[in-house]
Structure formats: C-alpha cells, structure tokens
Design a protein around this ligand. Structure first.
Ligand code: KG4
Ligand code: ZN
Length: 341
C-alpha cells in the first residue's frame, strides 16, 4: 500500500510517499528555517504564506522522485494537528483537494503519532512500547499499544524541551533554531560548571517543566553580565543540556520500571540531540531496555513519518471525510476518538 503523506504543521513543507508504513519511496522537505532565522523564530503568518507557495510543488517533487503517479497511490495522509493553525490548514486544504480530485481516501494524522512512526520506518517490531516525544512544540511520555494506539503518561506543563533549547540559545545570542547550536557547544563545555534546576525530577508524575530552567539560565547570565564576569557559553550549554537530559532520562527509565515495557522509542526534533541520545542509550544498557531512535534526518519534521502513521491508522480503519478540520491543539485521545481508532 502506497501512502502519500503531507506535513505543514510548522516551518517545513513536506511530502513523501511510503510503502506499507516501512519503505520510503520519496521524502521531500522544503525547510523555511533560513526565512524564519531573520526573525529569531517561526512567524506563523510567514510560515502559512510559504506553505501556500510550496505545497503543490513539494507534492509534485515527491511523485517525481518516486517515479510514481496518482494511480500508484492508495491513501492520502495529512497532519491535522497539533501545530500552527494557518500552516496546518494549507496542507490539509491541499490534501482535501487531492482527495476530492482523485477519490482517494483521506486520513488525518496526529503530528506526534507521526514522530513516533518515524522510529518504525527503519526499525520494526518493537510494539508495545513507551515513547518519549521531544520537539519544539511537545514533550510527551506515551504508551503505545501493539496496534498503534496511544495512552498519555505525562508531558510538559509549560515549555517543550525544544522550546527551552531555542529560548536558551536566544539568550546566548545563538541563531534559530537553537537546539543544534546548543548541542554542538555543549559537547565542548563543562556540564558541572553551573547547577541548573531539574524541575519535577522527584515528582512522582510523568510531567515535565522547563520554563524554570530557562529562567534560571537567564538569571545566571544577567548576574554574570552585571558583575562583568566572563561567561563560557559552552559551559552554560553543557550544564543546561545536563539538566534537561537528566529529567528526561530519569522519567523515561521510571516509566520502563513501572509499566514493564522494555522498548522505548525516542522521537521528535530533540531526539537529534547527541547528549540525550547518549544518556538514554547508556541508561538502556544499564537498565536493560531497548532504545529505538529514528535516524537524524527523520527526527525533525518530515512527511514520511506522517505517511507511516497514516498507514497504521488506515489499517485500523481510520478514514476522514472532506469535513476534516485542522486543530492547533489536539490531544491524542481526541484524535483517536475522532478517527475511531
Ligand atoms: O520536531 P521538530 O522538527 O518540530 C516540532 O514538531 O516542534 O522539532 C524542532 C525542535 C526545535 O526546537 C529544535 O531546536 C530542536 O527540535 N532540535 C534540537 C536538536 N535538533 C533539533 N534540540 C536539541 N538538540 C538538537 N540536536
Ligand atoms: Zn514535529
């Protein structure tokens, strides 16, 4: 079964064709990062306009790269939320237009289900599992059933992990998106130079909080600057990364113990973080669980992951009518209920 995936929830216009949720036939991503860099972050209205300009071209490119035509496609999968509403609506409208013109079934996909499915594109057979999804917009700890249904264990109560990276990078004068910049500098710094708060580490819930950490970094920088002391940006990055990573790893390891699940999927843009990958791998080794991570190129937003998640949802009977809407906020539960998953 060939699925065309379309993703426009943030600042990447993406289209891909994936066979049986496993084999990527084509995967085109038109990133707007260079455009948003000038503003230090994603400007929603600018993102929507660029999606409008790019979406049909990107879909055409996905067909060209796959050497396929519409006759070869069985299902259209599109991100319907969560994300920037205007941006989502562009991809959704395009997908509906294609579905109307071709008569192909349409499946709306939850963006986080997509991130999780990215790990299954290259590495099969690990469901049921836990998933830690960490991106610019989300930090979620989920339980995934054998048939790709999701139950939420917890998540951030304020900033997402990637958002904290981007905000700290901004405080340090590093370009957007800050995650990769902080990651690279952290490798050169002393992670014990500063003691930043590890919020909710000892809290029994599976919730996270990163806004206090960002404030702690801001206060440290202000104090140092006021005292005219030198600041080692690498040390700040390393200490910040340690604080983020420790809480993520600790809560994931605790969820492994409490649920008895031995497979963990790490997904989302922050899954590209080398410190987090290394720390979670070490913990998997010592605690005896298996870690599944998408290759770096599939960690950040792409449409192959949406096509893959669409495949699993479609196989379970999910089909949406042309009245499908886009949602800026969308819980996994709401998506699963609406899609009758
Ligand atoms: O999944 P994604 O492309 O978009 C969302 O769904 O949000 O994630 C983008 C986020 C950004 O916040 C970016 O700074 C972060 O992922 N990111 C990283 C790294 N690469 C991307 N954060 C930390 N370390 C990285 N290497
Ligand atoms: Zn994402």
């Amino acid at each position: 079964m060939n699925i065309l995936g379309i993703e426009t929830s943030c600042d990447e216009t993406a289209a891909a064709i994936v066979t049986d949720g496993r084999r990527i036939v084509s995967n085109i991503v038109a990133s707007q990062i260079e455009i948003h860099k000038a503003f230090g972050g994603v400007v929603p209205e600018v993102a929507s306009r660029h999606h409008v300009e790019s979406v049909t071209r990107v879909v055409d490119e996905a067909f060209r790269a796959a050497k396929m035509s519409w006759e070869d496609v069985d299902v259209i999968a599109v991100t319907c939320g969560p994300g920037l509403l205007g941006a989502l609506l562009v991809g959704l409208s395009a997908a509906k237009g294609y579905a109307l013109a071709t008569g192909l079934p349409l499946v709306g996909v939850h963006h986080i289900a997509g991130h999780v499915a990215a790990a299954m594109l290259t590495d099969e057979g690990h469901l049921p599992a836990l998933a830690l999804v960490v991106s610019g917009g989300h930090t979620e700890l989920l339980r995934i059933s054998e048939d790709f249904r999701f139950a939420r264990l917890g998540g951030t109560i304020d900033d997402a992990a990637g958002e904290a990276y981007d905000k700290v990078a901004r405080l340090l004068g590093l370009p957007y998106p800050g995650g990769p910049e902080v990651d690279a500098l952290a490798a050169k710094g002393d992670k014990d130079a500063f003691s930043f708060p590890k919020s909710l580490l000892d809290d029994p819930s599976y919730n996270f909080s990163f806004s206090g950490l960002k404030t702690a970094v801001a206060n440290t920088l202000t104090k140092k600057r006021n005292a005219r002391e030198d600041i080692s940006v690498a040390d700040v990055c390393a200490s910040f990364q340690k604080a983020v990573t420790e809480v993520l790893v600790e809560k994931t390891a605790r969820a492994v113990l409490e649920t008895g699940l031995r497979d963990v999927v790490l997904a989302g843009g922050v899954a590209a973080n080398s410190g987090l990958r290394a720390a979670l791998l070490a913990r998997a080794d010592s605690d005896g669980f298996r870690l599944h991570m998408p290759p770096l190129a599939l960690c950040t937003d792409n449409a192959a992951m949406i096509a893959a998640a669409g495949y699993y949802a479609f196989r379970r009977g999910a089909v949406h009518s042309l009245s499908l809407n886009a949602y800026a906020t969308l819980s996994m539960d709401r998506w699963q209920t609406d899609a009758q998953l």
